[in-house]
Design a protein around this ligand. Structure first.
Ligand SMILES: [Zn+2]
Length: 253
């Protein structure tokens, strides 16, 4: 695809995608149950606070127990775990917040590890079922919709260079390469004709064919391609048609 002068990256179609329309569909076609695949993937650490669940909460609880804190290793971050975190933070002369940041977890010896996870394609029965994790925190400075007489087929979120950009949902990386206009581009296929795209990245952290869970870093924020400032250009497409991702994004954490 060639870019004519004056066309911004945001207005470029993903190769192979049908033209975008300015009338985002609110009614994707219901589809069959997706297949589940088991895969190994590196799951990045994330800040853990009360209400969190999962393997890393278990790791945290085990780390607390090693330090003599009596806490149940049940993978559920409740009042006991919070108390334990506060005690250890005090001992380490850290601010006693009860929130386990990734730095705190690393200090306790917890490392991101390869977990066997089940990657299941998203079911897009109705738009209401679709939930996307925000690929990066920050304000949307340029929204989806007409811009300069064209369709801005995604949203822009600026930030610092290298900020990890995370997959919005489980899926398979179908593109991780340079694309004119988009710069370093990652496209994740979530099944059922649903894809997300992450553009202008300063590097690529995934490879084509790789399965990812939501929250896995696909690259760092950058300003590659036709871009004038460091930002993420994020797209959501259903059967190639760009739609506004904002209604489907979880609120910032
Ligand atoms: Zn954009």
């Amino acid at each position: 695809m060639t870019l004519s002068a004056g066309v911004t990256a945001a207005e470029v179609e993903l190769p192979g995608a049908p033209p975008t329309t300015t009338t985002p569909s609110a009614d994707p076609t219901p589809s069959a149950q997706p297949e589940a695949t088991t895969t190994k993937t590196v799951v990045p650490l994330r800040t853990l606070r009360r209400g969190a669940r999962g393997e890393y909460v278990k790791d945290l609880q085990q780390a607390l127990r090693k330090r003599g804190i009596r806490v149940k290793v049940d993978g559920m971050f409740g009042a006991g775990t919070r108390r334990g975190v506060k005690i250890v933070q005090k001992r380490l002369k850290l601010r006693s917040t009860g929130v386990a940041t990734t730095g705190f977890q690393r200090r306790l010896g917890i490392r991101p590890r390869k977990l066997t996870v089940q990657v299941r394609a998203l079911v897009v029965a109705t738009p209401g079922d679709l939930k996307l994790v925000r690929p990066v925190a920050g304000a949307v400075t340029s929204g989806f919709g007409p811009r300069g007489g064209r369709l801005h087929a995604g949203i822009d979120i600026p930030g610092r260079s290298g900020t990890p950009i995370r997959a919005s949902a489980p899926g398979k990386v179908v593109r991780a390469e340079w694309e004119s206009g988009y710069g370093n581009l990652v496209v994740v296929d979530h099944g059922n004709g649903l894809r997300t795209a992450y553009a202008h990245l300063n590097d690529l952290a995934v490879q084509k064919g790789q399965l990812v869970t939501e929250g896995v870093a696909v690259g760092g924020m950058g300003t590659t391609g036709r871009s004038t400032a460091i930002h993420l250009h994020f797209e959501l497409r259903i059967k190639g048609r760009a739609i506004n991702p904002v209604p489907y994004l979880a609120p910032p954490r």
